[in-house]
Design a protein around this ligand. Structure first.
Ligand SMILES: Nc1ncnc2c1ncn2[C@@H]1O[C@H](COP(=O)(O)OP(=O)(O)O)[C@@H](O)[C@H]1O
Ligand SMILES: [Mg+2]
Length: 208
């Protein structure tokens, strides 16, 4: 492997990204395949500072465009400081969310406009895109239940939160059209069934 392999995981909260990344990491470790896990917007000193600004409750007045630019700023840094160097060493770079999240959340669900978001994504990464993206597709209600567990008391599904997640899911599916890089996987199956598909794709790619 000369150039490494850039793999990203996408999908709404609770769809199973972390679960799959853990399964993949443990297999890569077993087979002594060098890899790194990366999570935006942290991962660099500058990115951590940006993350603090994004999470600070005192910043509740932050405009959606400000938020978008902060994510892009952290992304520009992590691409140059970590992703590109690790790929040049031939590693597998695994990102828990990357710019497709910005398309689905900011571009579509928050309606900041796809043209602007696509442009900023391209610009902040200097054109670097994942080799493979797994979109774990799950309906918002199942994802909500997975995150909150089952409870006997009436499940107060936050209507607004669910409507937003539905938009994000649709945004992801829309942006995956005509993009062979994005592999849409139904996330309703068991973790093992989902992982088999992911593993097959990655190992095929590693053997190229
Ligand atoms: N395929 C699956 N089927 C059922 N539950 C799952 C599945 N994958 C993950 N979970 C559970 O759902 C919850 C959310 O999974 P997680 O991997 O943290 O999702 P994400 O990182 O996308 O938010 C966890 O409790 C996890 O154990
Ligand atoms: Mg997670």
């Amino acid at each position: 492997m000369e150039r490494g392999l850039f793999v990203t995981f996408e999908g709404i909260d609770g769809c199973g990204k972390t679960t799959q990344i853990e399964m993949l990491s443990s297999d890569l470790e077993k087979e002594n395949i060098p890899f790194v896990l990366i999570r935006e917007p942290g991962g660099t000193d500058i990115g951590e500072k940006i993350r603090t600004i994004l999470l600070d409750k005192a910043n509740s007045r932050m405009h959606a465009r400000t938020e978008l630019l902060l994510y892009e700023a952290a992304r520009a840094q992590i691409v140059e400081e970590r992703i590109k160097p690790e790929l040049s060493y031939g590693k597998v770079v695994i990102c828990d969310r990357f710019f497709d999240s910005t398309v689905a959340y900011q571009g579509i669900a928050r309606d900041l406009g796809l043209q602007a978001v696509d442009y900023l994504n391209h610009w902040s990464t200097a054109g670097l895109a994942p080799d493979i993206t797994f979109l774990l597709d799950l309906d918002e209600e199942t994802a909500y239940r997975r995150r909150h567990g089952r409870s006997d008391e009436e499940d107060r599904l936050e209507a607004e939160g669910l409507a937003f997640m539905k938009k994000v899911r649709e945004g992801y599916l829309l942006s995956s059209r005509d993009q062979p890089r994005i592999r849409v996987i139904s996330a309703t199956d068991t973790p093992e069934v989902i992982y088999e598909k992911i593993k097959k794709t990655i190992w095929e790619e590693l053997e190229k």
